[in-house]
Design a protein around this ligand. Structure first.
Ligand code: AMP
Length: 481
């Protein structure tokens, strides 16, 4: 087994790693760090939870020991798709950089430009940024990228999903060709392979096996459910209540609208629950995440974009309220549990129309996931043809299933009778306030030839969306943070 001391890291960094309590490198760290230390480009194929952040942060800190930052000319640049991920990477620099005096600047949306400007002016050793906000600073003439020695592109496949690839291509053109590039992605669809070929020079490819890392520690199960939301919610409640070893869990929905709805429903039914979706402001999201990390709330309802890459150690359960439309999202979702060798459970609720998405997932992970119970056949088609009869049956069925539970309010029940026909889609890209400020990024100004245009438009049309929690702000958020 490799030890940290064999990877070529400096003594100061090794001391910080020891202080962090890590005894041995994870596979991605053992494989990537020696090459990164030699100055080689690295293509790392790994998902969050594998220790991939330290695999670029540790060699970066070591390499930054030589030289000094100059005003407005960052020495290294890390691009992250979301603000939370950017903030998490900053935390990693704080943790592993305790023995260094590094100037780390975070350029993310939702924070004032002036404060970020002041930090840039002082000279940044490390710039951690989301693509939109970084280009905003560049366009204001506040930033020069000609001094960047190391570029990290993290979560490249998520960047693609969120429509950031044109921005990244622009940014990379502003950075000297002589840089070292470290490129990470959980999956390698053709578009990402093309980018890696374009950005990396003779890279060392390091891959952490996805199948092995999920199969060994995460117990995966499927639960057949009705496609009706109110029945799905009841099945989910039963499932949660039946988990003897539930410490905490994340519940994923495909649509942000469903995040709010499911959150309200679980809250009404007395669960300790919070929600996280891209339309919440930064402060609320951070507060929510803190509440979850501090075990003040047990269950977190989230959308893929909002939860992507969040470092929440020790999540015992993942529940997929919907089968994810993109198979890779399944891998990311269940990657929230079973981290760092701990065991975890991942349950996916599957209704009949979602079978096609399940097939794609099983193909991707080359595994047939075990069914706890089959999809219920009877009644559902009939119910749709005859709304009145459907409601009646629904009432009696619910009465049986929910015996002893609090009944849903009339408002919620009424909402449930309106079956939505909207195709489930992931939520819109984050940082709307940042992107709006740059006219060329407005969807209507984008050329149709842009690879992400169709995708972005689809997501932007996700129907009316509740913002934050409306009047239902969880108690812990009202008590200050
Ligand atoms: P990441 O994949 O970067 O999101 O890291 C996942 C989690 O693993 C984080 O909570 C890290 O603090 C933790 N971690 C990183 N490296 C190690 C290591 N060598 N040993 C144990 N835990 C680690």
């Amino acid at each position: 087994m490799t030890s940290f001391s064999e990877l070529g890291l400096s003594q100061k960094v090794l001391n910080a790693v020891e202080a962090a309590g890590y005894t041995e490198p994870t596979p991605i760290q053992a494989q990537a760090i020696p090459h990164a230390m030699e100055g080689k480009d690295v293509l790392g194929i790994a998902q969050t939870g594998t220790g991939k952040t330290a695999s670029f942060v540790l060699p970066m800190i070591t390499r930054l020991e030589r030289g000094r930052a100059r005003a407005r000319m960052p020495r290294t640049l890390i691009l992250e798709p979301t603000r939370e991920l950017a903030a998490q990477v900053e935390e990693n620099f704080n943790k592993y950089g305790i023995n260094h005096k590094l100037n780390v600047s975070l350029l993310i949306g939702g924070v004032s430009f002036d404060e970020q400007d002041r930090k840039l002016q002082r000279g940044a050793d490390v710039l951690i940024a989301t693509p939109g906000r970084m280009l905003d600073h560049f366009e204001r003439g506040k930033l020069l990228l000609t001094g960047v020695e190391i570029l990290v592109i993290d979560e490249a496949d998520r960047m693609l999903d969120m429509g950031f690839i044109p921005d990244i291509e622009r940014i990379v053109k502003l950075i000297p060709f002589t840089r070292q590039t470290l490129f990470f992605s959980a999956t390698m669809p053709p578009e990402i392979t093309r980018l890696a070929d374009q950005f990396l020079h003779s890279p060392v490819r390091v891959e952490v096996s996805r199948a092995a890392s999920t199969a060994t520690t995460v117990e995966q199960k499927l639960l057949g459910v009705s496609k009706k939301d109110y029945e799905k919610r009841a099945s989910l409640r039963d499932l949660i209540r039946n988990q003897a070893d539930l410490k905490n869990g994340i519940i994923f929905c495909n649509r942000k609208r469903d995040v709010s709805e499911l959150f309200r429903s679980l809250d009404r039914h007395g669960f300790s629950v919070g929600a996280l979706h891209g339309d919440m402001d930064q402060r609320s999201r951070m507060a929510m995440l803190k509440g979850f990390k501090d075990n003040k709330i047990q269950l977190l309802v989230a959308s893929d974009v909002a939860a992507r890459g969040l470092d929440i150690p020790d999540v015992s359960h993942v529940f997929n309220f919907d089968v994810p439309i993109h198979a890779e999202d399944y891998v990311h979702r269940i990657g929230r549990t079973g981290r760092a060798g701990r065991s975890g459970a991942a349950y996916t609720l599957v209704s009949k129309p979602e079978m096609k998405h399940l097939d794609a997932i099983e193909k991707l992970i080359s595994t047939e996931i075990e069914w706890l119970s089959p999809i219920p056949e009877a009644g559902s088609e009939e119910d749709e043809k005859d709304g009145r009869r459907g409601r009646k049956e629904r009432g009696s069925k619910r009465g049986k299933r929910d015996r002893g539970e609090k009944r849903e309010t009339p408002v919620e029940a009424a909402a449930e009778t309106v079956e939505t026909q909207v195709e489930a889609e992931p939520e819109a890209p984050k940082e709307p306030e940042t992107r709006k400020s740059r006219s060329e990024n407005k969807p209507e100004n984008r050329s149709d030839s842009r690879p992400d245009r169709k995708d972005r438009k689809r997501r932007d049309n996700d129907g009316p969306v509740p913002v934050g929690f409306g009047e239902e702000i969880p108690a812990f958020m009202m008590n200050g943070q």
